[in-house]
Design a binder for this molecule. Sequence first.
Ligand code: ADP
Ligand code: MG
Length: 631
Amino acid sequence: MPMSKQTLGFQTEVKQLLQLMIHSLYSNKEIFLRELVSNASDACDKLKFEALDNDALYEGDGSLHIDIAFDKDARTITVRDNGIGMTRDEVVQNIGTIARSGTKEFFGKLSGDAQKDAHLIGQFGVGFYSAFIVADRVTLTTRRAGETGGTRWESEGAGDFTLEEVAKDGRGTEIVLHLKDGEDEFLDDWRLKSIVRKYSDHITLPIRMRKSNSYGENGEVIVSDELETVNKASALWARSKNDISEDEYKAFYKHVSHDWDEPLAWSHARVEGRQEYTELLYVPRRAPFDLYDRERRHGVKLFVRRVFILEDAEKLLPQYLRFVRGVIDSNDLPLNVSREILQHSKDIDAIKAGCVKKVLGLLEDIAENRAEDYAAFWKEFGRVVKEGVGEDHANRERVASLCRFASTLTDSEEQTVSLKDYIGRMKEGQDKIYYVTADAFAAAKNSPHLEIFRKKGIEVLLLSDRVDEWFASSLTEFDGKALVSVAKGGLDLGSLEDEAEKKEQEAKADAFKDLVGAVQGALGERVKEVRVTHRLTDSPACLVAEAHAMSGNLERILKSAGQDVAGSKPILEINPDHVLVAKLRSELGGERFGDWAHILFDQALLAEGGTLEDPAGFVKRLNGLMLALSN
Ligand code: ADP
Ligand code: MG
């Protein structure tokens, strides 16, 4: 005798959750389909698992699939699987109660604010009940594999549900959603298929729907009864590396990256440990057009147990690796992990840290073994990678090792010199890494600050990318060697200079005291200080910043970006060996001395790429001098 229909009450928490969910998640209602498909997929996985020991559970039908159908007249959507199914007791257990650890804490945290609660609900997992976001009645009919009788569960999502014994032919679960008024948008072939592709493309089972209508020769509608598989139905990354061909990796890259080109390299690994996940990450060959666009569209896709969760460049990898594409598939995260949760999740942090290491390892490998490819990579993405030195403290040295620079060794704009190369070539007694920054390569290359270094054959890195100022201020030291700007502070070449040279410098500084004082007097507020230098060989003068002050270049970058920077006054250094300086000295006390001093300052400013505050004044002084000479 079959039992008659029975009405049971929901556990209090279920009632609460239902109410909350309907209100909090309404703005994202299409996720109901993702949840139901995910459950169907789980049910099939469970069947596969149990059938390992008991093949009879397949009941002669081992091809597992998920079917989705809709009925415009009845206004229903049906999701059907031939997975494990549920017994009556299991239905009561699984669909009538929430027996999860943390349930109490979860409810304790709820605030009643729909926006805030949405995050919590996401974290907790919406699951089956999300059906009630769009449906006002849900009928679930299920039969467990290997059992004879089926069970029908039905509820309007209020306080209770009914249970009934029914006959069911196929094993598995069928869920019918009776849509609420106003939800007819889901009674649409195209809409449903696109939701499936959006969230469930990589569910490994076929998700089938009836073929879309086509039109015959005379325009008549041909309604097909055939089913078609809507999703790709294979999760490439979940397969073993050995079973995946190069071509398959490349094809998948194109799919996830929306790139037409082939990838430069990829890393595919299953990581076990505190967090269990699979990563398949690609380095593209070419930078996407929106590499510097804050509203960038693509990044790394996050899956949880092969269900697509979200695509996000910012939370899954740091900014400086924003060009990386691919998937991360976690075994441990909750299915409904939201963007907001990602930001504060320790689990995500662990995954992120692991993936950063993989990508850095991949880049190191290219740098070491594929020089040409690395050069191409650096051209495309070098400027972005350099950001990492400031952004990723934990991996600063590793990122710095990956960086390449132009240098006085070649004087070529190509960035090919690594810090390791540089250190390997350091002069006897050299303990610092020298660099110069400028806003253009030519300005860096021709900087007067380099003169003494060129004379002594000491290599200097030529930094002229916009990011370089940030790079240089973030990386104060590499492999125990300080990075020092040749345009900042007093020049101390340490043991690169001998005692005789140092003595001579002191003598000159003494001899030029009167001139230094007079120039300082003439320039007044324009300079912080005037001093004699030995860093120049060809130029009469140059400007330097104090050791810890902002460089002139950075000040100009910030100003051009519209920032109000209180720049510090520069130090004017003059070359005592230069004929013009000697001439200036002979003009001491003369009527043109002031003009000479200002011209010296202005040309030093021009030489480092600066702009004159009073260009007309400069021209006037210069013309005055030219006239005096021609007279
Ligand atoms: P979760 O999937 O996170 O466990 P859900 O609310 O989505 O939470 O589902 C609750 C439970 O209901 C599942 O754990 C499963 O035991 C059962 N269930 C849901 N859908 C199905 C289905 N299609 N087939 C078999 N069991 C299901
Ligand atoms: Mg679920």
